[in-house]
Ligand binder design. Structure first.
Ligand SMILES: Nc1ncnc2c1ncn2[C@@H]1O[C@H](COP(=O)(O)OP(=O)(O)O)[C@@H](O)[C@H]1O
Ligand SMILES: [Mg+2]
Length: 185
């Protein structure tokens, strides 16, 4: 995967597959600490200790359609290659938090890519689920919660093309300046 927004989407899809009704996606940028953190926290079914142990092994997956699950190993590899690490906290019946850190300015740090696009994709494909999208960048914060958007839309589904267009512009406008700090080092 060339862009971290693709990893983000992929890992968030694990949360959807795990039955998470509310998934929080956070991008933390701290340029003084040269730190980028991507966090996906869900309230899905969680992982057993056995799964948790084996989950970063590329030859392990619980899916039957494909033998090899690569989402988490690729995310871990991206983090470790760029001077960071990936951690997973998970509890069965409670949920899972996957967090990857990266060193800003590291030569192997992939570009963030189209983060708003990934979020809109996720929301549009799962209009019945809720997502919180947070960006914290050098002390400035942006937060979108689909539960609030739902209230404003008054019954118009999150999957409608007009809403996708609105959301994309809204997210781009409010996160562009925050996200671009990640490549100013
Ligand atoms: N958020 C999550 N909640 C519960 N289980 C998860 C979660 N993320 C990953 N898993 C478990 O870890 C396995 C490996 O995930 P991943 O590396 O993304 O590969 P894949 O999704 O192709 O199986 C999944 O099949 C699933 O069993
Ligand atoms: Mg996956």
């Amino acid at each position: 995967m060339q862009e971290l927004s693709m990893n983000l989407l992929d890992i968030a899809q694990n949360s959807v597959a795990a039955g998470s009704k509310l998934t929080e996606i956070t991008v933390l940028i701290d340029t003084a600490r040269r730190s980028l953190v991507l966090r996906i926290a869900d309230c899905g079914k969680g992982m057993s200790e056995e799964t948790l142990r084996r989950v970063t092994d590329p030859f392990y997956t619980t899916r039957t359609t494909r033998k090899v699950g690569l989402g988490l190993p690729l995310f871990r590899e991206a983090a470790e290659t760029a001077g960071g690490k990936m951690t997973i906290r998970s509890k069965e019946g409670v949920g899972t938090t996957v967090e990857a850190s990266f060193e800003l300015g590291n030569i192997d740090l992939p570009p963030l890519g189209d983060v708003p696009g990934s979020i809109v994709n996720l929301v549009q494909c799962n209009p019945e689920l809720d997502f919180i999208f947070r960006v914290e960048s050098d002390g400035e914060t942006f937060c979108m919660d689909t539960r609030e958007i739902r209230g404003i839309l008054q019954g118009v589904p999150l999957s409608s093309p007009e809403v996708a267009l609105f959301l994309r512009e809204y997210l781009e406008e409010h996160t562009e300046n925050l996200l671009k700090r990640s490549n100013l080092i």
